[in-house]
Design a protein around this ligand. Sequence first.
Ligand code: AMP
Length: 420
Amino acid sequence: MAKRVQSVKGTRDLLPPETAVWAAVEAVARRVFGIYGYGEIRTPVLEETELFVRGVGESTDIVGKEMYTFADKKGRSLTLRPENTAPVARAYVEHGMQNLVAPVKLFYIGPQFRYERPQKGRYRQFYQIGAEIIGESGPYSDAELLLMLVSFLRELHFTELVVLLNTVGDKESRFEYAGKLRAYLQPLQEHLSEDSRRRLVTNPLRILDTKDPKEKELLLDAPRLVDCLSDESRRHFEKLCDLLTRFGLRYRLETKLVRGLDYYSDTVFEIVSGNLGAQDAIVGGGRYDGLVASLGGPQRAAIGFAIGEDRLVDLLPDSFRGACLKAPLVAVASVDPVDTAEALSFAEELRRHGVDAIVEFASRSIKSVLDRASRVGCRFVVLIGEDELSSSTVTFKNLSSGEQVRLPRAAAIEHLKETA
Ligand code: AMP
């Protein structure tokens, strides 16, 4: 036997019926984001590597270790996108969207690629649903974005999720704070992990979101970013907190939340779930006021989020999931010697009326037809034998009650239409 070819490590096939759940989640995203005035953007999966080096930042894990980067046949360095905010900002600049009425509101749904160690909830090809508002700096847009995010999650029947919120301040505040944190941690270097020692040089703020309990303890007395905030950053954050309280959105201040990407400024947030173990973040986001300009565009403030769709689908409440998994309503079968074409023809008629129907293609015993129909979850079976054909009727069986009746074709269609 020929050797089987397997899917690539860290990637996976999404199969029915699970794909129906994914499609339903995406349909809710499209509807909710549409209500808030967002339009869909689809950017290429391939980008020039430089986009992420400049946009996401060289000192980040994503750019430093996790990108799928390769040279194409002409030797150009290309990267499978590891995230979608830098591509959206690139597209914004490339298409002159700064000339549109601001702010520009965009959402995306699609695969991202990171060379990480695969584990539960972490894949090398994973999917994100994200949204970005570009061209608005005030806290009202932060609040609206979070309200939209939470109403999306509520429509998926999530009730217990809490938004973790922090501010990383503006560039100046962060610069001042990085200096203070470095000074605090330098004498403690020998207790830090290799990663953190490296970050002490490249990006000390990242040490704050360490998962290592020993490092967490060391950080208990570290200087706080909130104490270095400029007046403007402080006002922005306070106003946002007021707005969230006013709109009843539950959040928790998490002063050590910094997020892994360099482009964030001021507001940052995550939504976590206790059920995912170490990989507990479902949503990450924040403000990125410098990104558009760093990609050669005008200075434009912006904020966005990315939801990890794989994790979201994993955690979906059963009440939402159950409603997505719909079996065909009815199986139609011809009974010997009636040609299967008669079953096909009646199924086509049902489908024209919006009834989802499957056809039994091979001629089988009635018992086997009923068995197979109930195994795929059909609620009804329609049988067409010689008598039925000559009298324009069908035998109509309700699989859950076992009840079986002979009905004129039109009556069977009406009945199924009402049930569908
Ligand atoms: P980030 O772009 O790192 O802010 O990630 C945003 C969200 O994407 C995270 O909260 C996760 O839910 C999801 N995510 C990031 N990396 C992965 C991955 N390797 N596998 C699955 N989901 C991921």
